[in-house]
Ligand binder design. Sequence first.
Ligand code: MRU
Length: 366
Amino acid sequence: MSDVSDGMCAMAWRDNALELLDQRLLPGTVRYQRLTTADETARAIRDMVVRGAPAIGITAGYGVVLAARARYAEDPAVWQTRIGLDLAMLTDSRPTAVNLCWAVQRMAQVMVGLTGNPETRLLAEARAIHAEDVAANRRMGQLGAALLGGRGSVLTHCNAGALATGGYGTALGVIRAGYAAGLIDRVYADETRPWLQGARLTAWELIQDRIPVTLLADAAAAALLCQGQVRWVIVGADRIAANGDVANKIGTYHLALAARYHRVRFMVVAPTSTVDLSLADGSTIPIEQRAAEELLTLGGQPVAAAGVEVWNPSFDVTPAALVDVLVTERGVVLDPDAGKLARLMAIGRFQHNAASIGGTGPENTG
Ligand code: MRU
């Protein structure tokens, strides 16, 4: 059994500033951007310097620290009022992943009643959000790997690895743990058009960990599942509605459909910061629409007929009925639905025993 790394760091707080690995340049160039303002942080999230639901939440947490520093320096008497604009800007920098809003709200709660210079206390909270995410990923890795059963191959979509989180990854965390336990022999990675998170980021992470990885075009996935070697499709999530519907990278939904048809099991791995109980189902999850250029060009070269119109949603919604298991840091939910998710979310944040909700074995929610 070999251990695996937490992978490359997507973000770090160094010398009083936020450093972000510029994921647009990977895998060719490893370069960190140094950010000192909330404006720069919101722009980096919007422009996909950093991406992946937990990673943009953590980044926004550090962005709140930068905002508080500037607003307090501007006027210590009214910083708490003025920072409202920065919080809204960070929250709105991308629409689909709820982790952004979750992290900004958590930072805002800490501000209540703070006196004096807020930076030290807020930085401690941002660091806590970051550290808890890595711990959650490690936990989910163990819980998800325990469900894999016999040895075989898995398929993943987009990048839900160290780069998309505080470290280690959600779906890739399960894959890392499963590989270390000898339960995974190969990972198939969808290239994930149009931004190529699978080809550029997931393949890069797995190669660094020496985990065997095969790249395929998104359109080849159903044909691969038909062949029978893939035992699990394992993906992350950007927002999970109260009934278990899952928003994730565009293309996830058709993977789930093909998986169900071919009797391949479908696992979603996400921390509870990705669950949004305020939305009854996936129909009201805001779906980001991205620029037409992403489809009209490839490597800067035009590839489509001039004048064609484009539909470019960045995410889709997989109905809960197609999800076999949801893995969170609080426990696993088999065949998720509204009742099971409500029970999961009622479990305390610092619970030591993970729950298994909806399983055939004895239930442990205590
Ligand atoms: O547009 P992106 O790259 O931010 O989309 C990322 C995804 O869809 C991931 O699968 C999701 O955020 C889960 S990351 C642990």
